[in-house]
Ligand binder design. Structure first.
Ligand SMILES: Nc1ncnc2c1ncn2[C@@H]1O[C@H](COP(=O)(O)OP(=O)(O)OP(=O)(O)O)[C@@H](O)[C@H]1O
Ligand SMILES: [Mg+2]
Length: 261
C-alpha cells in the first residue's frame, strides 16, 4: 500500500502559491493562493473547467515554470532556492512529466524519445536502456511502432510515447496533464491500470489533471480548481467517495478544504 500517513514528509508542498502571466500590459491571474500538500504515494487528480489553472499548477510542481509568489517545495527542496542547474537535476532525478501537448522530439523515433531522459541521466548502459525502453513500449502497446517518428504516429500513439518517456526513469513523482484525453477507452483504461500498478507497487506519487470521470474514479484525492483557486477536495478510496469530515482531520491527508465538490 502507498504510504499516505500524516507523519511522512510531504513530497509536494504548495503554500499560498500564486501565478500570473503578463499579457502586454495586463497581468492574467492563473493561480490565486493555492495551499496543497501531497504525501508520497498519493494518487491525486486535479479537475476543473478549461482555464481554471490545472496546467499552470502542474507546471509549477514540475519545475518547468516559476510561481509569482508563495512556496513550492518538491521532494523537500524549496524550489525558489535552487539554481537553474539544480532545478534541472531535481526534474531529472524525481519527476516525470506528461505534457498536454506531449512535447516529443520530432527528429527522434518513439524508442529514442523514450530513451532520452535515461541518456540525460547518464547512469545506464545501452543494454539497460534498451531493456527498459522495450518493456515500456510493450506496456503502452507500441512495440511495433518503436521506429516511427512522432509525425508518423496518431495523437493517441504520441500520447503513449509521452507516457512511456515520463515513466522510464522510474521517478518518484509523475505529473500528467490530461493523460488519457486522446485515447480510446480501452487504451486509456490500460494506461490507468499501469499507473495504478506503479502507484501501489512502487509507491510512485501521481498527480493528474483530467476531465475524464474514469480517471477521477481512480483518485485517492480529487482536487477541484475553479478560477485559479481550490474550490474543494474530495478524499476517495477506489470508487467510493468518503466524506473527509467523517474521518478525522482532513489536513491529515493534506487537504486544506474539506467540502465536497
Ligand atoms: N502563457 C500564458 N500567457 C498568458 N496567459 C496564460 C498562459 N498560460 C495560461 N494562461 C492563462 O491562465 C489561465 C489558466 O490556464 P491553464 O492552462 O492553467 O488552464 P487549464 O485548467 O489547464 O485549462 P485546460 O483545461 O483548457 O487545459 C487561463 O486563463 C489562461 O488563459
Ligand atoms: Mg490545461
Amino acid at each position: 500500500m502507498p504510504n499516505t500517513s500524516a507523519t511522512a514528509a510531504p513530497i509536494v508542498r504548495l503554500q499560498q502559491v500564486t501565478k500570473s502571466y503578463r499579457l502586454g500590459t495586463v497581468d492574467v491571474p492563473a493561480l490565486r493562493g493555492i495551499d496543497l500538500t501531497i504525501q508520497p504515494g498519493e494518487f491525486t487528480v486535479i479537475a476543473g473547467p478549461s482555464g481554471s489553472g490545472k496546467t499552470t499548477l502542474l507546471n509549477l510542481v514540475g519545475c518547468v515554470d516559476i510561481a509569482s509568489a508563495g512556496v513550492v517545495e518538491i521532494a523537500g527542496e524549496d524550489t525558489a532556492k535552487l539554481s537553474e542547474r539544480e532545478l534541472t537535476q531535481l526534474r531529472l532525478r524525481a519527476l516525470g512529466f506528461i505534457f498536454q501537448s506531449f512535447n516529443l522530439v520530432s527528429v527522434l523515433d518513439a524508442f529514442q524519445n523514450i530513451e532520452f531522459p535515461l541518456l540525460l541521466q547518464g547512469k545506464s548502459t545501452r543494454a539497460e536502456r534498451a531493456q527498459r525502453v522495450n518493456a515500456l513500449l510493450e506496456r503502452v502497446g507500441l512495440a511495433r511502432f518503436a521506429h516511427h517518428r512522432p509525425n508518423e504516429l496518431s495523437g493517441g500513439q504520441r500520447q503513449r510515447v509521452a507516457i512511456a518517456r515520463a515513466l522510464v526513469t522510474q521517478p518518484r513523482i509523475v505529473l500528467a496533464d490530461e493523460p488519457t484525453a486522446n485515447l480510446d477507452s480501452a487504451t486509456g483504461g490500460a494506461i490507468i491500470d499501469l499507473m495504478k500498478e506503479l502507484n501501489t507497487q512502487q509507491g510512485t506519487t501521481f498527480i493528474f489533471s483530467t476531465h475524464d470521470p474514469k480517471v477521477m474514479s481512480h483518485a485517492g484525492r480529487l482536487v477541484e480548481l475553479v478560477d485559479g483557486k481550490i474550490a474543494g477536495i474530495r478524499v476517495l478510496h477506489g470508487d467510493l467517495p468518503i466524506d473527509p469530515g467523517a474521518h478525522g482531520d482532513p489536513s491529515a491527508h493534506g487537504a486544506v478544504a474539506a467540502q465536497a465538490v
